[in-house]
Write a protein that binds this ligand. Structure first.
Ligand code: NAP
Ligand code: GDP
Length: 342
């Protein structure tokens, strides 16, 4: 019989890639979307135009992880084999502004789903979208499944609650529940406020003369960036193992934001030169026009300065390793901007 998956957060970056992956694998896919005043399904609209994907059945349901009733009703109605909890207020900077909502969705949302699973069907497998932000002020380099946590934002703290409540329900009720500890992963469908998408889109628009300047924050923090397409494959693999467990998913390589900007500019054929220091550091183009400035408002009250993981466990057990590096990631993101132009 066809396997059924239920994805909370189906309209997000990862939700869209995971839906397509599971449909290709022959799953019946159900996704939970929030009601919003504007259409928020642009990342999954192409599923309806792809006969190959559509024929395997794709359904959307209104719901919200802050609302136990909807969580319970949907799980009861669908009775999926697998649940992927990708739903979250996922933007670290905003979590400082709406910490209570972030905790409700990113921490208690997970509890609501786990509780529903224990009441409705303990055989449902569960994936929790954990984050390298839980490592925060890192205690070890590289970070592994054994590295202790030190979150630096309401987002990181909420994800840490979800991490531990998932382990607790696994141990208490014998659930097949896994935590993915995913490092930053990007794609053409990354939210537009995240630094990679902001840089690619901003520099692309500057190149097309549609935008004059790009404003960024701390360009010296370092991230381990992978491609979302690779990372959703790891989520699925976790739920296909004999035993539930937790896995770090990353590339093992880190780069600064400044490096990412320079690489993107180079690929777009923009020659940039940096001048000044600290908040006054600015980038100029070949005509000596300032095209990038740093702005205080994009700095965070507490920063995660450096993140780099080891995917040795995922490689050993899941047979997973990344297929994209920073070059192919940026190429993919730039190609998408060109295709939009066309
Ligand atoms: P994203 O693009 O921001 O997508 C988040 C999804 O969650 C969207 O579909 C959003 O719906 C939905 N959502 C938000 N609040 C909700 C609520 N209260 N109830 C139901 N749905 C809600 O994030 P992503 O990049 O795909 O990441 C997927 C998950 O992995 C998130 O939990 C994120 O925190 C985690 N994660 C991401 C990364 C990364 O680098 N991308 C790294 C580690 C962990 P709308 O479309 O309506 O906003
Ligand atoms: P995060 O790792 O989940 O917080 O992903 P982001 O893409 O939001 O941020 C990655 C890093 O880029 C953080 O250290 C930010 O402080 C830094 N950064 C620098 N400038 C910007 C900016 O303009 N926007 C965002 N989102 N991050 C920025």
């Amino acid at each position: 019989m066809k396997k059924k998956a239920l994805i909370f957060g189906v309209t997000g970056q990862d939700g869209s890639y995971l839906s397509k992956l599971l449909l290709k694998k022959g799953y019946e896919v159900h996704g939970v979307k929030r009601r919003s005043s504007t259409i928020n399904t642009y990342r999954i609209d192409d599923i309806y135009n792809d006969p190959l994907l559509k024929k395997n059945k794709f359904f959307l349901h209104y719901g919200d992880v802050t609302d136990s009733l909807s969580v319970n009703n949907i799980i009861e109605k669908i009775r999926p084999n697998e649940i992927y909890n990708l739903a979250a207020q996922s933007y670290v900077a905003v979590s400082f502004e709406i910490p209570e909502y972030t905790s409700n969705a990113d921490a208690l949302g997970t509890l609501r789903i786990l509780e529903a699973i224990t009441k409705i069907d303990k055989n449902i497998k569960f994936y929790q979208a954990g984050s390298s932000e839980m490592f925060g002020k890192v205690n070890e380099i590289p970070q592994t499944e054994k590295t202790s946590f030190y979150p630096r934002s309401p987002y990181g703290v909420s994800k840490l609650y979800s991490h531990w409540i998932t382990i607790n329900y696994r141990e208490s009720y014998n659930l097949f529940a896994c935590n993915g500890i995913l490092f930053n992963h990007e794609s053409p469908f990354r939210g537009e406020t995240f630094v990679t998408k902001k840089v690619v889109k901003g520099l692309f628009n500057i190149k097309q003369k549609k935008q004059k300047k790009l404003f960024v924050g701390n360009i010296y923090s370092k991230r381990d960036w992978g491609h979302a397409k690779d990372y959703v494959e790891a989520m699925w693999k976790m739920l296909q193992q004999k035993k539930p467990d937790d896995y770090v998913i990353c590339t093992g390589k880190q780069y600064s934001i400044k490096y990412f900007i320079n690489l993107t500019a180079k690929k777009l054929g923009i020659k940039i030169k940096w001048k000044g220091i600290g908040i006054n550091e600015k980038a100029y183009d070949q005509d000596n026009k300032c095209i990038i400035e740093c702005k205080k408002k994009y700095f965070r009250p507490t920063e995660v300065d450096t993140l780099v993981g080891s995917y040795a466990k995922a490689q050993r057990i899941l047979k997973w390793s990344p297929t994209h590096d920073i070059n192919s990631l940026v190429d993919d993101m730039i190609d998408y901007e060109y295709s939009n132009l066309r």
